[in-house]
Design a protein around this ligand. Structure first.
Ligand SMILES: [Fe+2]
Length: 279
């Protein structure tokens, strides 16, 4: 999916924001609605040219297409992996990828569609208002689960020593932003890996663009799919540290898995998302 020749333009970004506005707001991903320049009435005058600085070959991870959203039916489907399940070996094994994508991610998609359907029923006369809390929780958990995994699959690629794009370090404006925000790539990497290795229970570690801080980059963590995440930020890199993401190969050695993840990060894609989010 990373390498598909599909352009990303400002209208598509805004279409995504409209689609995900409700989902993101409750899923800790409300950050998507805060991309600078998009929340100030710009929706009424949309240019159709690509976002400045955004390579056209990389798609925004939260577009309806990337997220498998069928606007006519109002439901999501599981997008295919953007590479073969064995592509990330030896760092992330085929069996883990097949189970993670085909079973766990599918379950979040199913849960998201179920939550959307049940919430629609709550708008009907006589609905049990006490169920709002339950379905809001289900919506947040599953909407974040779906979005998180779409970003996760697409920020990885086969390692460079296997002919892919994974590993190494970012270049260009993303490299400059990382140095400006963290001091050095090494300092960022150490903070990111430590954060991922120490999330309590199941969760994620993120590299985010913080719009309120002038698009400074920050490392954040979330527990489960959605807890602890901050409003006003946009994730551009994420690593899943639920046990289902690594236990088959790494057992309890989560830090080893996180170190291996760094060998499959597709920094060119992350740089493109950074350009889209921080322009
Ligand atoms: Fe996962």
């Amino acid at each position: 999916m990373n390498d598909q020749p599909t352009s990303m333009n400002r209208r598509e970004v805004l279409g995504t924001l409209g689609t995900l506005g409700t989902l993101g707001a409750v899923a800790g991903m409300a950050s998507i609605a805060t991309i600078p320049g998009l929340a100030n009435g710009a929706q009424n005058n949309l240019p159709t040219s690509p976002v400045p600085g955004a390579p056209s070959a990389v798609k925004w991870p939260f577009s309806p297409e990337s997220m498998g959203f069928d606007a006519a039916k109002g439901v999501f489907s599981l997008p295919p992996l953007p590479y073969a399940p064995e592509a990330l070996e030896p760092h992330i094994d085929k069996a883990t990828m097949e189970i993670h994508h085909g079973r766990h991610h599918q379950a979040y998609v199913n849960g998201l569609n179920k939550a959307l359907a049940e919430i629609a029923k709550l708008r009907e006369p006589g609905a049990d208002a006490a169920m709002h809390r339950h379905w809001m929780r289900e919506l947040a958990f599953n909407a974040a689960g779906h979005a998180n995994h779409v970003l996760f699959w697409n920020c990885m690629h086969a390692p460079k020593d296997k002919g892919g794009k994974g590993g190494g370090q970012p270049e260009g404006k993303l490299a400059e932003a990382i140095t400006q925000s963290f001091g050095s790539f090494e300092a960022f990497s150490a903070q990111f890996r430590s954060t991922a290795s120490t999330v309590e229970g199941n969760g994620w570690a993120w590299l985010v663009v913080n719009h309120a801080m002038g698009n400074r980059l920050m490392v954040m963590a979330s527990e489960r799919q959605q807890d602890l995440f901050a409003w006003g930020t946009t994730p551009i890199l994420g690593v899943d540290v639920w046990e289902h993401a690594y236990y088959l190969k790494y057992q309890n050695k989560r830090a080893d898995y996180v170190a291996a993840f760094m060998n499959v990060v597709n920094w060119s894609t992350v740089a493109a998302w950074h350009a889209m989010a921080a322009h």
